[in-house]
Every structure is written in C-alpha cells, then in structure tokens.
Design a protein around this ligand. Structure first.
Ligand code: NAD
Length: 237
C-alpha cells in the first residue's frame, strides 16, 4: 500500500488464539463438542431462542476480554517492519488489534461489537461484556452480536479476495479451512506467491500447490517463520 515493501497477507483462524486460552471450534473438546452450532450460531437459532444465543456470545465475550495476545500475534506485528502486512482473520476476538497489528480485516465480525438485528449496517461498540434482551439499536430493534452466523453472507469476502490476489507471501495460521467461503481464500493468491501454513494438524490442502507446512503451535512456529522471513528480506534488500 503505497510503499515498496513486499506484500505479506495472513489468513488467521481460531488456532492462533488457542494458546491465549480461547477455545477453537472443531478440535477435540472444542466449542462444537459442547454446543450445537444450529442452536447458537445461525439465524434460525436467533429466531427460536435469542436469549440462548446472546448468552452463548456473552460467555465468549467475557473470555475474549480476559485473554491476552500470544507470541504468534506479536510476531505478526514485528513483520510490519519489513513487509506490507495485511491480516484477514476469521476470528471475532480483538487479539491482533491488542498485539498492535495495524491492517486487520475481520471476515466473520467482531464480538466486542453489536449490530441492529434488522439493519446490519448499524454497528456499535459495546461498553460492557453483555448484550441483553431489551438492548436496542438507534432504530429501536434488538441488538445482536456483530458476528457472521452460519448460513449468512460474508460481506467482506470480496475485499478479502482483493487483498490476497496480489500477495507476495501468504501465511495461513490455525484454521481448519472448513468454513466457506473463507477457506477459498487460499486459492486466491497468484502462482508466484510464497505460501506457508502453520497449524497443529495435517490439513487436506492437496489442491494448494507449493505450500510449506510448519506443523506445531502457532506461538512457536509463527515467530520462527517471522524471523526467517525478516532475515531473507534483509538479504534481498
Ligand atoms: P477451527 O476450530 O475450525 O480450526 C482451528 C484450527 O487451529 C485447527 O486446524 C487446529 O489444528 C488449529 N490449531 C489449534 N490449536 C493450535 C495452535 N496452538 N497452534 C496452531 N494451530 C492450532 O477454526 P477456524 O478454522 O478458525 O474456523 C472456525 C470459525 O470459528 C471461524 O469463523 C471463527 O470466526 C470462529 N472462531 C473464532 C474464535 C476466536 O475469535 N478466537 C474462536 C473459535 C472459533
């Protein structure tokens, strides 16, 4: 963006925040083992039982407020010295912001914000940890979490694709690549783009050619990768 640094794009998922104490969704013992997605994270759930949905996200919000960024979040901030870094995150927490990253696009919303349940363009920052039944938007409708639910469109997808399209380096961190359309972003980069994946598990990215998989904890592997990339960029300059 207006500088000569190589463009480095990160796609992060729940795994980058796991070591900050925020549970992932699909890992064993993850949130979807404890809750039924359909009962808490869909428009139908909201229709059927808004109190349960609010309670689910109020609990998540409390945990986010208690969590702190880990070394993986901080390493991405460090990369800004050498690269034009853009973070596209599926996470609804604010740990990238609190670590100090400056360019962040939240694909699936932000839990510390609420939106009008009728007009999604009306978004407000919350002052406390809870949204309660009876808390209303300026238009007078019930507030809901500013989170994209399963079955809803992802309004920022087009913007995210444009960010990934001309990346020189693309790093995927801690995502099972099970949630679409976000998972399609790994196919949006150009052929010459260097691609890395940091994840604890083996993922089925067979179509994703020339991908270097650094298997392990994000808090360890992301700082290692960041140091390597910074060193290489100094040699190139
Ligand atoms: P996911 O739960 O489907 O997958 C998590 C991935 O992280 C897995 O591939 C797992 O192997 C990996 N992982 C777990 N611990 C790790 C660690 N310490 N280091 C590296 N990798 C690790 O999550 P997802 O792919 O992000 O998609 C699910 C949706 O869940 C997203 O839409 C996101 O909004 C939402 N979510 C967000 C948060 C959050 O904001 N912190 C937490 C849970 C879920």
């Amino acid at each position: 963006m207006g500088n000569n640094k190589p463009k480095l794009v990160v796609l992060s998922g729940a795994g980058i925040s796991a070591e900050s104490g925020l549970g992932t969704f699909r890992d064993k013992g993850g949130l979807w083992d404890q809750y039924d997605i359909n009962e808490v994270a869909t428009p139908e759930a909201w229709e059927k039982n808004p109190a349960l949905v609010l309670d689910f996200y109020n609990q998540r919000r409390k945990l986010v407020l208690e969590a702190v960024p880990n070394d993986a979040h901080f390493a991405l901030v460090e990369l800004e010295k050498s690269f034009d870094v853009h973070i596209v995150t599926q996470n609804i927490d604010d740990l990238h912001e609190r670590a100090g990253s400056t360019n962040i696009l939240h694909l699936h919303g932000e839990i510390l914000k609420a939106q009008c349940s009728i007009d999604e363009s009306e978004v407000v920052k919350l002052n406390g940890p809870d949204i309660k039944l009876g808390d209303v938007s300026k238009k007078g409708y019930q507030l809901r979490p500013h989170v994209v639910w399963f079955g809803e469109a992802v309004p920022k997808m087009f913007e995210a694709e444009k960010i990934v399209n001309d990346a020189d380096i693309f790093i995927v961190i801690g995502t099972s690549l099970n949630v679409y359309p976000a998972a399609n972003l790994i196919y949006a980069c150009k052929k010459t783009c260097k691609k890395y994946l940091v994840d604890l598990n083996e993922l089925s990215t067979v179509k994703f050619k020339n991908l270097i998989h650094l298997r392990g904890n994000a808090s360890e592997k992301v700082p290692e990768l960041a140091q390597k990339l910074i060193k290489e960029s100094n040699i190139t300059i």
